[in-house]
Design a protein around this ligand. Structure first.
Ligand code: ZN
Length: 282
């Protein structure tokens, strides 16, 4: 073995690791070309080096497969979390939209309810004023009755007074103003219209929501609304009897609040489940 061999053998590990300078590498290669022993040693060291490195390769391949499956699973989880978050925001927007819509509906409904209440109040007022005229006089005060009619001339077609004893059944008319199938005006003691006392024959309106009557022991009062006012009366009637409750108005937003809450709950749970592994995926 020459002196050069010792230097070369010291450098071989670095040469295999490819961390030698260019000069050293050239020196080693030139030497190995001429020295069989060092060439043999280099081969041996390379084989050992490969044996050391090789076991890692299959291990890495084996580890890669299950990790891919886990990564795939966590990606699916991540997508599901994303889906839940998008669903939550969409549901929230829809809920807010329905809520605003319901508020508008409720506001309109309240206006209509107020109008209907106004009409109910007006019904009471007309009857109260008429019965007040009837009770203060032994005979019917035509002038005072005309004054009552004039007060509501924008709404009333005519106002009639009957003697209760001439009417078959008034039990359903007692106490409160009631929409009724019109009593025949030919039986009336007095009928007041826009131009005062009406003497010609009146054909009753067959529209029962357009006719209101009320009776006490002595008198029965019946009035009819003008045709132009019937639509308002009909609307008020619909609102009073068939208007949806506030609960119904807010049914859709309530349903969506529940749906949104469920999605939010799912989202929170999902986030908690995936939180510990979140960083692995990023
Ligand atoms: Zn040598």
């Amino acid at each position: 073995m020459k002196n050069e061999c010792y230097i070369v053998r010291d450098l071989l590990p670095s040469y295999i690791d490819q961390i030698c300078s260019e000069e050293s590498s050239r020196f080693i290669e030139q030497h190995i070309a001429t020295c069989e022993q060092c060439a043999e040693l280099l081969n041996q060291m390379r084989v050992e080096f490969d044996i050391q490195e090789q076991p890692e390769i299959p291990t890495r391949i084996e580890q890669k497969k299950p990790f891919q499956k886990i990564a795939h699973f966590f990606n699916a989880q991540k997508n599901f979390t994303k889906f839940l978050s998008i669903s939550f925001w969409v549901a929230l927007i829809v809920t807010v939209g329905f809520f605003i819509y319901s508020l508008n509906v409720l506001s309109e409904l309240n206006d209509e309810r107020e109008e209907a209440q106004g009409i109910e109040q007006q019904k009471q007022d007309i009857m109260e004023k008429t019965f007040a005229v009837l009770s203060t006089q032994a005979n019917i005060d035509e002038i005072a009755l005309q004054a009552v009619f004039q007060e509501y001339s924008g709404q009333l077609e005519h106002l009639a007074v009957f003697s209760t004893e001439n009417i078959d059944d008034v039990t359903h008319l007692q106490g409160n103003p009631t929409y009724t199938f019109p009593i025949d005006y030919s039986q009336a003691i007095l009928v007041i219209g826009e131009n005062g006392k009406i003497t010609e024959t009146i054909i009753p309106n067959d529209y029962d929501i357009g006719t209101v009557a009320m009776a006490n022991d002595q008198w029965t009062v019946q009035y009819e609304y003008q045709n132009s006012y019937l639509e308002t009366i009909e609307n008020a009637h619909q609102i009073k009897h068939y208007a949806p409750s506030n609960w119904i108005v807010f049914q859709l937003p309530i349903v969506f609040i529940i749906i949104t809450a469920f999605i939010l709950g799912g989202w929170i749970i999902q986030k908690r489940i995936t939180k510990p592994v979140e960083n692995i995926l990023d």
